[in-house]
Write a protein that binds this ligand. Structure first.
Ligand code: ADP
Ligand code: MG
Length: 438
């Protein structure tokens, strides 16, 4: 069997330790273990084709690595790891046909792991509908649908990550309302090409996301699909009506502020697409993804900015408007401006970019500003704040002022490095190169 292994750092997660590896590439496993040792890294993912199930993991490693000493080293370092996942559909794992469980058996199997923790969850999974009680709070509700072939490609999107990301995409919308996410429902349509083990991986990601972000999975629906996989998540959140932040509250002179950095998720996707093509031509080729760890993680395992909602509260800053960045900075700035009936000047030089975004843009011969403006899927929060709140945020590394709002007659502009003003468009001021996704 052919292997496909690489290791990428994985931040902040906790979870089961699994090892993804190929039967033919123990030298690579050793190389990666040495790398983990060298960096003393606590967190690594090994992406692999041919994941060993946890049950036979130890035997295989003993068999492959021969020495017990090496095994112990291996296990010690692996135990530090956050989690390991399969890059491409697992060929070694056990297969349990979905038909052997039936619909209700499957629902029961996938959902019995969920334990409700929020006081607002009165009744979760198991009845015709969930019962939620928010007392005197307002409720926000949002849905997103992810479709195989349109929103994700399972040849490089591990199912566990897909489950995690499906939750993130929705929680990001809740946080963009300045609300606290409390519940989600998860609906899936699957074809019989998926095994129970594959859906377990998907739900592992869902469970991990729910745990880390403190939301209860209170329901969903399960049905069959004749074509690809579909996963639809609805998220519920709570907020005091006076703290809710909408898209339409920006005023002229407000500062335009963004969390984190931009463009990474899009470039991560470009790298994964490129590796997929290389892999198709030569499955023996071992990609070195070392230089792209951050941007690949941004694509495969985005984190919704719950921390920013808390930070704003701690700083005592209530944004005048807010939106999450799912379609690219440019398009979100336009949404804020249009709904608030204001204009804006956005400064190219202020857009926060990770060094990996800059280097990978150069490699792909793309303009990093274009990537940040149009890339999408960064799931950062874009907001406007009143000028008088500037001292509260100015020293904060999580928040960057990238421009300011103006009267609507000024229009919506990008102020370039050369200080030229270019009107912002939803596709950006300079279309992405023709061989890339738009
Ligand atoms: P109904 O026939 O009323 O739609 P189901 O048998 O589909 O009920 O679902 C039974 C329970 O399991 C419900 O509480 C439902 O919300 C929950 N559920 C069904 N599918 C999923 C899923 N994929 N993920 C989480 N919960 C689910
Ligand atoms: Mg149902």
């Amino acid at each position: 069997m052919q292997g496909y292994i690489s290791a990428i750092p994985f931040s902040q997660g906790h979870g089961a330790v699994e090892l993804g590896c190929s039967e033919l590439h123990e030298t690579l496993i050793i190389r990666h273990i040495n790398e983990i040792k060298r960096r003393n890294a606590a967190v690594f993912i090994i992406l692999g084709l041919g994941v060993l199930s946890k049950r036979n993991l130890h035997q295989k490693i003993i068999y492959k690595l021969k020495t017990v000493e090496l095994l112990m080293n291996c296990v010690r370092y692996l135990l530090k790891a956050s989690y390991f996942c399969s890059m491409i559909e697992d060929k070694n794992q056990e297969h349990t046909a979905l038909s052997s469980l039936g619909e209700f058996g499957l629902i029961d199997h996938l959902t019995r792991q969920f334990v409700d923790k929020n006081p607002s969850t009165v009744k979760g999974i198991g009845d015709d509908a969930a019962i939620l009680d928010f007392k005197n709070k307002s409720v926000v509700l949002t849905t997103d649908l992810l479709l195989e072939g349109v929103h994700f490609d399972l040849s490089y999107m591990p199912l566990k990550h897909l489950g995690y990301k499906a939750i993130m995409v929705n929680l990001s919308d809740v946080y963009a309302m300045n609300a606290t996410a409390t519940q989600v429902t998860v609906s899936i349509a699957v074809s019989n090409r998926f095994t129970l083990e594959a859906l377990e991986a998907l739900y592992d990601g869902v469970r991990q996301a729910a745990e880390v972000y403190g939301v209860d999975v209170v329901g969903g629906d399960t049905t069959s699909s004749k074509t690809g996989l579909m996963i639809s998540v609805t998220a519920v959140g709570e907020v005091d009506l006076e703290s809710v932040v909408k898209r339409d509250g920006a005023q002229p002179n407000d500062l335009l502020v963004v969390s984190g950095d931009l463009g990474g998720a899009y470039l991560g996707l470009q790298v994964l697409e490129r590796e997929k093509q290389v892999f198709k031509v030569n499955p023996n080729n071992q990609p070195d993804l070392e230089a792209y760890t951050y941007i690949i993680e941004r694509q495969l395992k985005p984190e919704a900015r719950k921390d920013i909602v808390k930070l704003l509260k701690d700083l005592d800053v209530l944004p005048t408007s807010m939106i999450d960045i799912s379609d690219g900075l440019s398009s979100e700035v336009i949404h804020l401006c249009k709904q608030s009936e204001v204009g804006c000047d956005l400064y190219e030089t202020k857009i926060p970019l990770d060094p990996q975004v800059i280097s990978t843009s150069e490699e792909f011969k793309m303009d990093s500003t274009t990537v940040a403006l149009n890339g999408g899927e960064d799931y950062e929060l874009l907001m406007t704040i009143s000028q008088e709140d500037f001292p509260k945020i100015k020293a904060n590394p999580n928040l960057t002022v990238i421009g300011y709002m103006t009267d609507s007659t000024n229009g919506m502009n990008l102020v370039t490095r050369a200080e030229a003003k270019i009107p912002l468009t939803a596709q950006g001021w300079n279309p992405l190169s023709s061989d890339s996704e738009s």
